[in-house]
Design a protein around this ligand. Structure first.
Ligand code: 0A1
Ligand code: ZN
Length: 841
């Protein structure tokens, strides 16, 4: 293998040639697929004398022509990754290539077969597996795409834009021609051919244009696309109302395929993994419904943030992803509960992004370099990127922020731009002073902000003194205090008594805040803060302190105790009928084990797990009757409704049930089992199953077997069943997970199944980090197996090891041994190599 090559942001150069139009023609066959590409090439500077370097991987070149004349071998160089035209004409010209595409492709990149259908994935660098091209996002062109295929096998032929021609051909074949009137980078190109049926609907845009909406699935899944269609229409309306963005074509297609990583925003032809589209009350939980709403929104919103205005290069990935995540978060907030959505998003940020940002895999929102850009689709680019966008809004207010986005679209429609361009639009539209703000893009790590308060009785002043250890970052309070220096003090006058500050309301900057609030202050905020997020936050800080204190007791073999004031605080929240039920469910949930370990000098998964389980059980014992009442009061009605009130009832009932299931008594075991048996929707059924599955034993085995028998025909539900078992904290679970890999429902080549099992397993800290190294070995072996099939998936799994140096010596040595084994393995992919090597650094 040619040694992995690092690419640097500072080396960006404008291309020597642009492409104006691209006419593609696909002849799809079972044995081979032929792609003809006709590209009009325009030099950036007239008369330039430079070679034209085209990317191409796993392609067989059949012919190259320039202005109709076939090139001879000496006119070009061809290697495993490039086709280089040594001396193209000086001036515009037409380039025509004919290539054969590698048909066997399990990488989910380029053109591949998914359950018998053809489909493509071009982001980030998959287009080079389809044809020779300048595969970089600053090459924006207008495309047409002609597809020819067998009519019986592939009755549906789709690509971007408008269908302008179709018809039958000899030999049982047919064809379709699509034309996309908007310029786009090649990563947004898509093609689908197969046996699909559509759910059809329409949306009338704010200017009165009717848009045809189609969701394509295999025929038997069609009934499960109703919620996705609802979500799409809601997203289209929301983008008009909130961002003034109207849809720009007369057709919007979504295609559902079972083998796909996530979802993709190809122009007017979004492609989705089934899990992110298909839902019915019987088979999908509230969390699935909410995820579908968010992801359908996310991909749709990319039409403006990503497609109409795209990225100059892949270092700018957060320009489209951070902004689009922010947009989908706001969309979900507006359609549900803002506070609850914020709590969920912040928990996710702190669990995944903060932990990444504190280890060897930390990188800035705009990385300085990469080997494989695929490895940078991270929580930093996505979620921390969204926090940066949120800060613009906090600083400018809703109106100022909207002025900024309006200017951004006006200036850059049809262009490939950078994070500075977004920044400049925000600044210029508001005449704002954003001192140091760009540091948020270039600096890795989570800033730590220390706050000290003091009250002066005589002067009746209250002062807040902030200091931060990662250079200037803005933070914000109700008064919108912008902390832009290393140290800054704010003094409040004319106060009769010492106030309790509610800091960083709504979590206005992605930082770690260390304040001098006392426990009493926190209990006060937990009871009274008018900012819902900070009310929850106060409870979480108290809970984290509580767990950490008990962890010390556990490590010293001392008795574990639960502070009665904490029990009282939880009880008050539980019984406060003025509160939103979904908020209560969040507020009575203890912080996750990962979050707690993040705060320890040396992470101790066994101690944290034991203490957290102890507290849960103790709360269940002391508040048993209250929890039972919550279960009884919030049972679902027969008909499933995906609305906030009903989701909130289910969330509270199932959280209470989870607590009750920690108890040993007969009465509660019966109650949990009955909830499982009488459930009328997947949310309730699965929550009850998860509650039962917490404890090893016959009840667990029976319930898991019963659930599988009920649902073995539905692979999305079976995936839930797989991940529930692999994520289990029951002792020695690695052996059960190994057995799951041999289960008839498992298939290593299917991304969803793979992630269900591996994603599940690494979520169990006690089992993945088992002191005998069994968890590490299991995952290490799997990485090598998977790397042969799909390097992108495999590198995702390697990142499980990246925080190895947070643990004790024994665990460190065991995890390191796996990383060393991976780095030195023969034929390991660039994707896996980059992550494993960086993790060892
Ligand atoms: N742009 C997509 C993310 C995505 C990237 C690569 C993929 O295939 C390898 C798939 C999806 C998004 O943010 O939704
Ligand atoms: Zn995206």
């Amino acid at each position: 293998m040619e040694g992995p090559k690092e690419i640097f942001l500072k080396d960006y150069k404008l291309p020597d040639y642009y492409f104006d139009t691209v006419d593609l023609s696909f002849s799809l066959g079972e044995e081979k697929t032929i792609v003809c590409a006709k590209i009009s090439v325009v030099p950036r500077v007239d008369g330039i004398a430079a070679p034209l370097v085209l990317d191409g991987i796993d392609l067989k070149l059949i012919s190259v022509k320039i202005n109709g004349n076939e090139l001879k071998e000496g006119d070009y160089d061809l290697d495993a990754r490039h086709l280089i035209l040594k001396a193209p004409p000086r001036g515009s010209f037409i380039l025509e290539t004919v290539t054969e595409v590698l048909q066997k492709n399990s990488s989910f990149e380029g053109l591949y077969k998914s359950s018998g259908n053809f489909c493509t994935q071009c982001e980030a660098e998959g287009f080079r597996k389809i044809t020779y091209f300048q595969d970089r996002p600053d090459i924006m062109a207008k495309y047409t795409c002609r597809i020819e295929a067998d009519k019986l096998l592939y009755p549906v032929l789709l690509s971007n834009g408008k269908l302008i021609e179709q018809g039958d051909l000899e030999g049982g074949k047919h064809f379709a021609v699509w034309e996309d009137p908007f310029k786009k980078p090649c990563y947004l190109f898509a093609l689908v051919a197969g046996q699909l049926e559509s759910r059809d609907d329409t949306f009338t845009t704010c200017s009165g244009r009717e848009v045809a909406l189609r969701i394509w699935t295999s025929p038997h899944d069609l009934p499960k696309s109703e919620h996705a269609m609802y979500s799409l229409k809601a997203a289209m309306k929301w983008d008009e109302d909130v961002f003034g963005r109207e849809y720009d074509l007369d057709l919007f297609n979504i295609v559902v395929v079972p083998d796909f990583l996530g979802a993709m925003e190809n122009k007017s032809l979004n492609i989705f993994n089934s899990k992110l589209v298909l839902a019915s009350p019987e088979t999908a939980s509230d969390a699935d419904y909410a995820a579908i709403l968010g992801v359908i929104g996310h991909e749709y919103f990319h039409n403006w943030t990503g497609n109409r205005v795209t990225c100059r290069d892949w270092f700018q990935l957060s320009l489209k992803e951070g902004l689009t995540v922010f947009r989908d978060q706001e969309f979900s907030s507006d359609l549900g509960s803002r506070t609850v959505k914020r709590i969920g998003d912040v928990s996710k940020l702190r669990t995944y992004q903060f932990s990444r940002d504190a280890g060897p895999m930390a990188h800035p929102v705009r990385p300085h370099s990469y080997i494989k850009v695929d490895n940078f689709y991270t929580s930093t680019v996505y979620e921390k990127g969204a926090e940066i966008v949120r800060m613009y809004k906090t600083l400018l207010g809703s109106e100022g922020f909207r002025k900024g986005t309006d200017l951004y679209f006006k200036r850059h429609d049809g262009q490939a731009v950078t994070c500075e361009d977004f920044f400049a639009a925000m600044r210029d539209a508001n005449n704002a002073d954003f001192a140091n703000f760009l540091l948020w893009y270039s600096q890795a790590g989570t800033p730590i902000v220390e706050v000290k308060s003091s009250y002066n009785v005589e002067a009746r002043t209250f002062s807040l003194k902030f200091s931060q250890t990662v250079p200037p970052t803005p933070a914000c309070l109700h008064y919108c205090l912008r902390v832009t220096k290393g140290e800054e003090e704010f003094v409040f006058h004319d106060l009769d008594e010492k106030p309790i500050p509610s800091l960083l309301r709504g979590y206005s900057a992605p930082i770690r805040l260390h304040s001098d609030l006392t426990e009493n202050n926190l209990f006060f905020l937990l009871a009274h803060d008018s900012d819902g997020f900070n009310r929850w936050e106060a409870g979480q800080i108290l809970a984290r302190k509580l767990v950490l204190t008990q962890v010390v007791n556990f490590q010293k073999d001392d008795k574990l105790v639960l502070d009665p004031q904490f029990v009282h605080g939880i009880k008050c929240i539980l019984l406060d009928s003025s509160l939103d039920k979904e908020f209560i469910a969040k507020a009575i949930t203890l912080p996750g084990e990962g979050e707690i370990m993040d705060m320890m000098e040396v992470a101790d998964p066994d101690a944290v797990h034991a203490v957290r389980s102890f507290i849960r059980k103790q709360l269940a014992l002391e508040l048993k009757q209250e929890f039972i009442n919550k279960v009884k009061e919030n049972r679902s009605s027969e008909k499933y409704e995906f609305d906030h009130v009903n989701m909130a009832r289910r969330a509270l009932k199932n959280t209470a049930l989870g607590y009750l299931a920690t108890l040993e008594d007969e009465e509660n075991s019966e109650l949990v089992l009955n909830e499982y048996k009488s459930a009328t929707n997947m949310t309730d059924q699965f929550s009850a199953l998860a509650a039962i599955a917490q404890k090893p034993g016959k009840a667990r085995e029976d319930a898991l077997a019963d659930f599988y028998n009920k649902w073995k025909h539905d692979f999305l539900v079976v995936n839930k069943w797989l991940s529930l078992q692999s994520a289990s904290d029951i002792p020695g679970n690695v052996e059960n997970v190994k057995k799951l890999l041999d289960h008839p429902s498992f298939d290593l080549t299917n991304a969803n199944k793979m992630f269900s099992v591996i994603g599940g397993f690494r979520a169990s800290y006690v089992n993945f980090h088992a002191k005998d190294g069994s968890g590490y070995k299991f995952v290490g072996d799997l990485v090598l197996l998977l790397d042969k099939l799909n390097p992108q998936m495999a590198s995702g799994v390697v990142s499980s090891f990246s925080r190895w140096n947070r643990y004790d010596d024994t665990r460190q040595n065991l995890a390191k041994a796996q990383l060393e084994m991976i780095v030195s393995a023969n034929g390991v992919s660039e994707n896996v190599y980059e992550i494993a090597l960086k993790s060892l650094a």
